[in-house]
Design a protein around this ligand. Sequence first.
Ligand SMILES: [Zn+2]
Length: 314
Amino acid sequence: MKKRLLFILVAGLFSLAGCSRSDQPAEDSNGKTEIVTTTSFLTDLAETIGGEHVAVTGLMGPGVDPHYYQPSTSDIIAMGEAEVVIYNGLSLEARFTEIFEHLGERDVLTLKAADGIADSSVLHETEEGDAQAVDPHIWFSVSRWKQVAQYVAEELSSHDPEHAEHYQENAEAYIKELEELSAYIEERVAEVPESSRYLVTAHDAFQYFGEEFNFKVVGLQGLNTKTEAGTGDISQMADFIVDRDIRAVFVESSVSPRSIEALIEATASREHELQNAGALYSDALGSPEDNTDSYTAMFKANIDTIVDGLTKAE
Ligand SMILES: [Zn+2]
């Protein structure tokens, strides 16, 4: 969509949404604060912290790639009508930029999850090329996610002081759950010898995980999913894998498996056996059927896939 056209559409939709809510009280008739979230991680977080006092509408479901996601007309209306919009930031929701700018001008509390962590703890792409690109995948650091949870609780508390105590209690309970998750991850990581701790995936979603849990992380595609890995990358990566005797690589639930499949073929032609050790959840939660529709369940499933994959391939 042309920039100008999007601008008009967004402004128009917001003014439509605005006339119906201008003289309403801050809360809807159910007394709940209406929140719209972009990614499924944030939907889970908002529901956990807000509990019974919020009604959360998540825009992106299981398996949806946020780098690519184009907000629909109904998404734009939902954001314009919400009291609170929570998004990740750091350019993750690349196609929402203009909408967030408009929301900022309206009576919508717009929270950027990345504002919950210090600028100095944001990682950057280390590879050549897009040298300064910030890494938006902050949810893969449990310690940073705890800070985001606390930030969301504080912001909801000032927006809705009547239920502040409730939000704070939920945040405290959740932070405890995240500490237990962290301990579980550390325990499982310890099963993998340090020299075998290589996580090779399609795109660079796991740098924060690698930094926090002492894993070397290699993505074939850089920080976003918009570019497919080139054959040069695949062949270089195949050499890298053979040199280090890496036996297992992982696909991602929200990214095409093509580049990882090409990598497995390239290592096979070098007579090295490399396994596809399963799918990781990278930029979206899983589904309720797979029991991976919460942040903690998703992270546990990932760490089990990683550790089982690497230790079985030994
Ligand atoms: Zn990503």
